[in-house]
Write a protein that binds this ligand. Structure first.
Ligand SMILES: Cc1ncc(COP(=O)(O)O)c(C=O)c1O
Ligand SMILES: N[C@@H](CCCC[NH3+])C(=O)O
Length: 419
């Protein structure tokens, strides 16, 4: 704590090194960079400026930390929410209700009513049944709900099966072939204003062609619905643009994505909506951890760290790769199996990987942990919820062991002194 002083409840320090944060807050600890977050938000927003009318709704599920939401609100982002809780967080962060889009197959009656009362901008209906229930509530409350119909385009996103959402066998949206008829019925239902279509075919997409195929199908559907005499003024293209997790991986850039959307939607006369999550937050955060001990193994040693699958679930759930780097690398490397302390063999971050050499007590980070990291944390094995801090800096150089200049901006789930 010696390095910090508090001003209006915000911690300041001249120059923050990760070890200082580890000493002050403890590990495991998520650390987010405001500078990187702001840069990503601007790169994505600026790329899409090639389109005539754009609305950005940050996918809150990827990182619902209030500090993150506040930064994005200031950059002009609204929110894509999938629960009443996410909606309350977006509102608490200062996002305008009008800029909030509510997605999800299981919105409850209470959630629909609260969202209507709050005046959110758009409901992305995932079924006709949901539309009829919302209409009933709207009529009772004397309101009109602006809606888009989420369509399942039956396109393979080419991503991990557990995060693919646009194949016919996935639970999301209404079947493509039935969408025009459902749209027509909902468009004449009192209480609803059908204004558009929505789709989202999956997360962590490494290629643009599945998106292009899906958007093209949605364009054809839009033409058919318009030809039947109904308005389609908004298309919500979802999220899904992927990010590199391994050094050296190459992914389509936001400007490539924007160019594709511009080409496909030429002449559509729509407001284009986007729900980016991972592409904004993925590479804005790391999970810092301390090596508890290095245990002899068969073949490679077990590097047991104090972070676990309850803090970062992605490797256990999707066999996901997160680069591991020592905070103060010596230049030496070692072959290791990296595991957490939880009593499950799935609590494994990496097997047989060449990493920076580490020993007991060393600090290290799992990189690209800003999306679907802390938000998926839980308390399994009665471990406390992992803390998160945001550092306000102009540089983000984790491996070089420095984040500078620094102000810890805001934090959640942290010890009382930081609150
Ligand atoms: C409806 C919807 N919109 C947006 C997203 C955000 O996706 P991503 O983080 O891949 O951009 C998701 C998650 O896959 C989603 O389900
Ligand atoms: N949780 C997933 C992404 C889910 C996207 C939600 N639609 C991941 O970590 O990759």
């Amino acid at each position: 704590m010696d390095h910090f002083h508090q001003v209006n409840g915000v911690l300041h320090a001249e120059d923050i090194a990760l070890p200082m944060l580890a000493d002050a807050v403890g590990t495991p600890l998520y650390v987010y960079s405001r500078a990187t977050l702001t840069r990503h938000a601007r790169v994505f927003r600026d790329a899409l400026a090639v389109l005539p009318r754009v609305k950005l709704a940050f996918a809150v599920k990827s990182n619902p930390n209030l500090a993150v939401l506040k930064v994005l609100a200031a950059e002009g982002y609204g929110a894509d929410v999938v629960s009443g809780g996410e909606m309350e967080r977006a509102l608490a962060a200062g996002m305008a209700a009008e800029g909030i889009v509510f997605s999800g197959v299981g919105k409850t009656h209470a959630e629909l009513a609260r969202a209507l009362e709050a005046g959110i901008g758009q409901f992305n209906l995932e079924s006709e049944e949901e539309g009829l229930e919302l209409a009933e509530i709207a009529v009772r409350l004397g309101k009109t709900a602006a809606c888009a119909l989420r369509v399942n385009p039956d396109v393979d996103a080419g991503t991990h099966g557990k995060i693919s959402t646009g194949k016919a066998e996935n639970k999301f949206g209404v079947p493509y072939d039935r969408a025009a008829a459902i749209y027509a019925r909902l468009a004449t239902t009192p209480g609803l204003t059908m204004r558009g279509l929505a789709l989202h075919i999956g997360s962590q997409l490494s290629r643009l062609d599945p998106l292009e195929a899906a958007f093209t199908k949605i364009g054809q559907l839009m033409q058919a619905i318009r030809a039947a005499g109904h308005a389609v003024t908004h298309i919500d293209f979802g999220g899904g643009v992927g990010v590199p997790y391994k050094a050296g991986e190459v992914f389509p850039q936001p400007k490539d994505y924007a160019a594709m959307v511009a080409r496909v939607t030429q002449g559509w006369d729509i407001t284009a909506m986007f729900e980016p999550g991972r592409v904004i937050t993925g590479n804005t955060g790391v999970l810092m951890t301390r090596v508890v001990r290095v245990k002899e193994g068969v073949g490679a040693p077990w590097v047991v760290v104090d972070a676990a699958m309850n803090d970062l679930a992605r490797p256990a759930l999707y066999d996901a790769w997160h680069d591991f780097a020592a905070v103060s690398p010596t230049g030496e490397t070692m072959e290791a199996n990296i595991v957490g302390p939880i009593c499950e063999s799935s609590d494994t971050f990496a097997m047989g990987r060449t990493i920076d050499a580490v020993k007991r007590g060393d600090l290290a980070v799992f990189r690209t942990a800003g999306a679907y990291g802390a938000t998926m944390a839980n308390t399994y094995n009665s471990r406390p919820l992992v803390p998160e801090v945001m550092v306000d800096g102009t540089k983000w150089a984790v491996v070089a062991d420095r984040i500078e200049p620094a102000t810890i901006l805001a934090a959640e789930r942290v010890p009382e002194w930081l609150a």
